[in-house]
Design a protein around this ligand. Sequence first.
Ligand code: ADP
Ligand code: MG
Length: 348
Amino acid sequence: MIKTPVLGIIGGGQLGSLLCKAARKLNIKTCVLSDDSDAPAKKFADDFIYGKYQNVNKINQFIKKIDVATFEFENIPVSILKKINKKIKVFPKPQINAIVQNRFLEKKFVNHLKIPTTNYKLIKNRKDIKDISTLLPGILKTTTLGYDGKGQYVIKKLKDFEKNKINFNKEYILEKKIDLKKEISVIVTVFQNKKYSVYEPIENVHKNQILHTSTIPAKISYAVKNKAKNYAVKIAKKLNYIGTMCVEYFIDKNNKLLVNEIAPRVHNSGHLTIEAFNISQFENHVRAVCNLSRKPLKKIRNAKMINIIGSDLLRFKKKKFKKNEYFYDYLKNQIKTNRKMGHLTTLV
Ligand code: ADP
Ligand code: MG
């Protein structure tokens, strides 16, 4: 009998939980490493290690237990991923994170492929905030470690740097604020034999910079749909990507498609793929990193996903759901404002 591999997953949030569930369906065992002793994915993993990501002993313990490693969030120190990658394979490759963890390098990389992004400028210190008038109104973002709008400031005029008490010991990019018509994302999975599956573009609505709803089909032209899919594949190929990744896009009022950011992992906007497709983004990720074969991707139904944020969970927990509604409670130990607590997918 061929031994099934043990998949190591770094990070124990809802994405980790959903990866564990997908792995179980494929009879693949999982071991989650998390810096939260009570991480949601603990309930879904076959094995669980609690430890800080910099703790060498814990990392070594993790390596001993697994055959291949992946991660559910991109902000793990690249040095740690590289250390793991010396012993066992890490997919996607750690060097990819060095690019996409940093908003400046990420945009430079995308532009290099002749794919447009917002206009931007690297702000390394106070001196760099001159000649920025063409970027205003803009959004100042820390180059690293932001998510769900954290580490972002709207800058309408120069004075706003003072008003927001910007700490110039950190590095930022200032991006031109786009007059958004829509936001979409494209999820693509690349397998180890270089074959890939691309999901159709998903239309996303954000509230307070946090994803609120995701819907398929996206109400955009055929031409924009194709362009978005082509850009995502081009990016994945150039990165030598293995696994599931997501490209977030802006569409401006002139229907111009711009890359916002790349997520080197499964993505919140892809939760609806669990019910709407024959193979979810999570199953495809597990298949790709564990070197299983690609299966043809088929849409089953159109769908809409709503994120359940903070105390809204309590209301959803009391609800009765219809047959076409799929409610997920992430089983987090604590409700917090603006924390993603669950989601609801409705097939239409
Ligand atoms: P995060 O890493 O927090 O997801 P994003 O850069 O994707 O950061 O920003 C979150 C959301 O904020 C975007 O999805 C979009 O709705 C809004 N946003 C960010 N940058 C811009 C911009 N330059 N112009 C207009 N809206 C923006
Ligand atoms: Mg984003």
